[in-house]
Design a protein around this ligand. Structure first.
Ligand code: ATP
Length: 211
């Protein structure tokens, strides 16, 4: 089984930017958010189960998950969120496992935005890397990118694990409060360490097998 680094961070911390750095270094990156989007795009594997559970009103005319409608529904009724997650989470998990299995490399990165909130993903990964920056920087980045107001971004941040809770689960912290060149340098340094860890584990298994 491939060595897996779980990559997480709060909204706007720079998870995608850090993941791109790993891709540039040739590391396979499996992104649970991207998988969720694929599953809920027109023709995606989650569309039919969602239609059966929630009706056509949960879908757009093009046949994708209607995110705005669903957001209103799960906000109004938490049981609806549980029902939606019961469909999506096992599918996301199965697809990410399939992609990790297909990864031909010393190690892979699994991007899980809510890793601090998810014990089962934490148990799945060998190492946790947290992309971290001050909350003020998160606010500025997300406001700049999305057009959301400060209060709206703050509300999303308040619903996520706190910065301290994320740092508490980190084996490695990827500080992302400077420029992209600094981020690349930090990821490159970690990449060398992850290669060593993955190879050491592989060598340990080989020795055990030959005993
Ligand atoms: P989300 O949780 O919303 O998916 P994320 O954690 O993946 O966000 P990114 O999308 O990587 O965060 O970054 C948020 C924004 O900040 C992007 O517009 C990105 O280009 C920018 N950004 C990230 N890191 C840096 C950096 N070190 N310097 C400058 N801009 C950055």
């Amino acid at each position: 089984m491939i060595f897996v680094v779980g990559l997480t961070g709060g909204i706007g911390s720079g998870k995608s930017a850090a993941a791109d750095c790993f891709v540039t270094l040739g590391v396979p990156v499996v992104d649970t958010d991207a998988i969720a989007h694929e599953l809920t795009a027109p023709g995606g594997a989650a569309i039919e189960p969602i239609r059966q559970a929630f009706g056509d009103g949960a879908l757009t005319a093009a046949g994708a998950l209607d995110r705005a409608a669903m957001r209103r529904r799960v906000f109004a009724d938490p049981a609806e969120r549980t029902r939606l997650e019961a469909i999506l989470h096992p599918m996301i998990r199965a697809e990410s496992e399939a992609r990790l299995r297909r990864s031909a490399a010393d190690y892979a990165v699994l991007v899980v935005p809510l890793l601090a909130e998810s014990k089962s993903y934490r148990e799945r990964v060998d190492r946790v890397a947290v992309v971290d920056c001050p909350e003020e920087v998160q606010l500025a980045r997300v406001m700049g990118r999305s057009g959301l107001s400060r209060a709206e971004v703050a509300a999303i941040m308040a619903a996520q694990a706190s910065r301290a809770a994320r740092l508490a689960i980190a084996d490695d912290v990827i500080a992302n409060d400077a420029g992209l060149a600094e981020l690349r340098a930090r990821v490159t340094e970690l990449h060398g360490r992850y290669l060593d860890m993955a190879r050491a584990r592989g060598a340990g298994r080989e020795t055990a097998r030959n005993r």
